[in-house]
Design a protein around this ligand. Structure first.
Ligand code: NDP
Length: 272
């Protein structure tokens, strides 16, 4: 189509490692369009000024990553349901009226990856969610909405797990970090902690893997390896977050440009 899609960026801190520029350029190229997509490293104190300045100077769309997802929610004047429910945003766009609008595609991207790529239907499933940060919020809402039987949330800082469970309501419940003697069976275990990013492993009892639940780490690359190794060593199927990343990116592209790009060829190229 050869359109110029305009100026976009991913904003985070740190953010140099981000795959978003590569993914978004590949999406634009599918229809011969051009996209200007850069990386903005902003300290938390500078986020709002950067984001507002970006849109004031003709920016079209922003992807937002750690640690700015709450600030992105707060700097927007309008909120799509996905962001309003999660209370954090990973996508900003400028509406035709010139207002900043917040979206959250973590939940939708996770769900599409789970269902379509890994063939897992969450309705009626028993799910363990590790972590209660920004990503856990979006994913937790999507899982509740999909009709899981129960969503058990555990977190290093227990009060954050309790706060998230209270926000989600039933079937979500907060529990203390699981021990061997307290390891009920799950169909799905989601690692939404940043432990792997810091090179740390989670102390999890092997008994959680009884029944070989699907183990999904939202992280990818080296950060996902400890959790994937833990699951696979016990024969449980385990997948990383690269597929989710590409799906969330496709959802943001669709929010900005009204067309959802193909994800499979982009994921294959990244995995290579
Ligand atoms: P946040 O900083 O908002 O939350 C981090 C979470 O990890 C908190 O629950 C925190 O617990 C927990 N945590 C951190 N270190 C440890 C540790 N050593 N042991 C146990 N728990 C720990 O990050 P996000 O929610 O934004 O991201 C979480 C993960 O999800 C990251 O790996 C990120 O890369 C990934 N992600 C992947 C996406 C994708 O598209 N694939 C999208 C978004 C995120 P506490 O509350 O105690 O601090």
């Amino acid at each position: 189509m050869n359109r110029d899609l305009g100026r976009h960026a991913v904003i985070g801190h740190p953010v140099a490692h981000s795959l978003s520029p590569r993914i978004q350029r590949a999406f634009a190229a599918q229809t011969g369009d051009r996209i200007d997509y850069t990386v903005i490293d902003a300290e938390p104190a500078d986020f709002a000024a950067f984001a507002r300045g970006f849109f004031k100077t003709g920016g079209v769309g922003l992807n937002v990553t750690v640690p700015h997802k709450r600030a992105a929610f707060e700097c927007a004047a309008e909120h799509a349901d996905s962001a309003a429910l999660a209370g954090v945003a990973n996508v900003l766009r400028l509406t035709a009226d010139g207002v900043i609008e917040a979206h959250n595609t973590d939940g939708s991207g996770f769900m599409r990856d789970l269902r379509e790529r890994h063939g897992f239907e969450p309705r009626g499933a028993r799910v363990l969610l590790l972590g209660a940060g920004g990503a856990a919020r979006g994913v937790g809402f999507a899982l509740c909405e999909a009709g899981v039987e129960h969503l058990t949330i555990v977190n290093r800082t227990p009060q954050r797990a309790r706060a998230l469970a209270a926000r989600l309501g039933p079937p979500a419940q907060a529990r203390p970090w699981p021990h061997a003697e307290d390891a009920p069976q799950y169909d799905l275990i989601v690692n939404a902690t940043a432990a792997g990013l810091h090179g740390q492993s989670l102390a999890l009892p092997g008994a959680l893997l009884t029944g070989a639940p699907l183990c999904h780490d939202l992280a990818y690359g080296a950060a996902a390896q400890p959790f994937l190794d833990w699951a696979r060593a016990a024969g449980a199927p385990a997948v990383d977050g690269l597929g989710m990343l590409v799906e969330t990116a496709a959802d943001s592209f669709a929010i900005w440009h009204g067309r959802r790009p193909q994800t499979e060829p982009v994921l294959r190229a990244l995995a290579r």
